[in-house]
Design a protein around this ligand. Structure first.
Ligand code: HEC
Length: 206
């Protein structure tokens, strides 16, 4: 073999080695991208399952799913799961109590509530874009529950929404609740705005 030959062979070897190395590197990058995507999908599925569990034990359906009359009495109407106070159930005024021993009341669908705060209506938590939380992102959902403010920034959320209990959930749990709510059936249902009670009259001389 001549020196030129040797140099050419060496150069060819180096080039093919480099090609081989880069193919292997590319291959393993693809493999790790694939497994990262798989892990993401796994995490997403786990969050949805955990979110369903938390929504069930957290009692969100108790107020956010309207009751209908069933064979054994009132039961949640799961065809309208978590869609809030039904828009066709109109409420014109809070019921008169007259008895100071009673403080608040719920209507027949258990989605409208009257008390010293005024009248509040359980909101539509389905992913409907117009009337539900379809356009909310995860950060806004978490901020709403953590701060107890409507849309995370506006007026205080009224009773009986027990946001102060849910505010104690971990970030991971709130992310899971949000992830689950994204997967439920969107229901178009425009919940009326809350009616705030007028502030109590100022005390004379105060
Ligand atoms: C005891 C009744 C009750 C329970 C239980 C309940 N909610 Fe609510 N929720 C309400 C009412 C009433 C409102 C509306 C309050 C208002 O208009 O200020 C509301 C409002 C909300 C809002 C909307 C806030 C906004 O900015 O519009 C979210 C989000 C919410 N609830 C999520 C949940 C989740 C998630 C659960 C279960 C983990 C849950 N709620 C359980 C009664 C309840």
């Amino acid at each position: 073999m001549t020196t030129r030959h040797r140099i050419t062979t060496l150069a060819l070897t180096i080039v093919s080695l480099a090609i081989a190395i880069s193919i292997t590197a590319f291959g393993s990058a693809r493999v790790s991208a694939n497994s990262a995507a798989k892990q993401e999908a796994q995490l997403a599925r786990a969050r949805v399952a955990r979110g369903q569990y938390l929504v069930t034990v957290g009692g969100c359906n108790d107020c956010h799913t309207p009751l209908k009359m069933g064979a054994n009495g009132p039961e949640p109407d799961m065809s309208r799961m978590l869609s809030g106070h039904p828009e066709e159930v109109k409420i014109s005024a809070a019921p008169k109590h007259g008895d100071p021993a009673w403080m608040w009341s719920g209507n027949g669908t258990n989605t409208a509530f009257a008390g010293p705060w005024g009248i509040s209506y359980a909101r539509n938590l389905t992913p409907d874009r117009m009337t539900g939380i379809g356009i909310w992102d995860e950060a806004m959902f978490i901020k709403t529950i953590r701060t107890g403010r409507h849309w995370g920034v506006s007026r205080p959320i009224l009773p009986p929404m027990p946001w102060f209990n849910y505010a104690k959930m971990t970030d991971e749990d709130l992310k899971s609740v949000y992830a689950y709510l994204r997967t439920i059936k969107p229901v178009h249902n425009q919940v009326p705005d809350a009616v705030l009670a007028p502030p109590p009259p100022a005390r004379p001389g105060a």
